[in-house]
Design a protein around this ligand. Structure first.
Ligand code: GLU
Length: 326
């Protein structure tokens, strides 16, 4: 059997909060409870939103929780570097394969062009917890060939030519998932106008190259999984198994964010909250314990059980915060 390899993949676009901690904890336990290997990868290609302090802080947050990894920015290995902005040439090489196959086309539509051409905004919230509305690209540039990029004068991105077929996967938690990529999501951007790969390409490239066999993440990314499976299919790479867990939401049912008050891990640390107390709360929210008893990640290795995790998002409100701050 292939070795089990999972990963923690924080995006340093801001501070990591309780929602991130819950998913990282489950991702780590899922792999470690079966003796697998963990990789830490920093997903910092979303350049305008990446904050320079956030990389270090994400690593500190994970260490504070007690999570460890076998390979990462501080643990060089055959697949180094583990910071996406240091891997740009690799993505470019994969991207050229897509170009050679005319599987991508240049698109110089502006955001407002895309909005104007879309017949109706589609809610792609086929994943619980996903509150994003996305416009389906009307394929205005579909007839462009790769060579046409050379005559475009303004900014342009590259879109993936989707097929009108169904994509299916069996999620380890959320069950069977099916979507028609072309109708439900449209031709998505795979290389951005700033010359950087999109998250979709970088994540597939990295998970493949790093030998990742299991991806456990928030269920807001289910729509991305369909796109990523189409990319795996193009390259003929075997996809990892996917486990998507419900997110942590505020009392209003929306994904945990600044409007819900401070839930940053660094802030909780400053308030004197111990990692064990937070982990105790998260373990209860994940259905593994009945009490708020303090726990370490090591304590949870024996308790980890995907089947006990509630299907609904975990609501984190004032009551829960006060339990941590008590
Ligand atoms: N970097 C992404 C995030 O922090 C996770 C991506 C993934 O797990 O594929 O939301």
């Amino acid at each position: 059997m292939a070795k089990l390899i999972g990963r923690l993949a924080p995006s340093p676009t801001g501070a990591q909060h309780i929602g991130n901690a819950r998913t990282f904890l489950a991702a780590w336990l899922s792999v470690r409870s079966r003796g697998g290997k963990v990789i830490l990868r920093i997903e910092d290609i979303d350049s305008p939103r990446v904050k320079s302090w956030a990389v270090e802080q994400a690593i500190e947050d994970l260490q504070w929780l007690g999570l460890d990894w076998d390979e990462g920015p501080d643990m060089p290995a055959a697949n180094s570097p583990f910071i996406q902005t240091q891997r740009i040439e690799r993505y470019a090489a994969s991207f050229q394969q897509l170009q050679r196959a005319e599987k991508v086309y240049p698109c110089d539509c502006s955001r407002s062009d895309v909005a104007a051409a879309a017949s109706a905004p589609h809610d792609i919230a086929n994943a619980p917890g996903n509150q994003n509305f996305e416009l389906i690209y009307a394929r205005t540039c579909y007839n462009k060939k790769v060579r046409d990029a050379s005559v475009l004068s303004g900014k342009y991105s590259w879109r993936f030519r989707t097929e009108p077929s169904e994509i299916f996967f069996r999620d380890g938690f959320a069950g069977e998932q099916i979507a028609e990529l072309q109708n439900q999501f449209g031709d998505f951007v795979i290389y951005k106008s700033d010359g950087l790969p999109s998250y979709q390409l970088a994540v597939v490239h990295d998970d493949h190259e790093m030998g990742v066999t299991e991806v456990l993440r928030g269920d807001d990314l289910i729509p991305s999984t369909f796109r990523q499976l189409a990319i795996y299919d193009f390259y003929g790479w075997e996809p990892p198994s996917f486990i998507h867990l419900p997110l942590v939401v505020g009392p209003d049912g929306r994904r945990l964010a600044k409007r819900h008050g401070d839930t940053r891990l660094s802030w909780l640390r400053e308030q004197g909250v111990s990692a064990e107390r937070l982990i105790g709360l998260l373990a209860k929210s994940l259905g593994w314990t009945d009490s708020l008893k303090e726990q370490s990640v090591a304590d949870l290795l024996a308790l980890y059980d995907l089947k006990r995790i509630p299907k609904e998002p975990f609501v984190f409100g004032e009551k829960e915060l006060n339990r941590l701050l008590r």
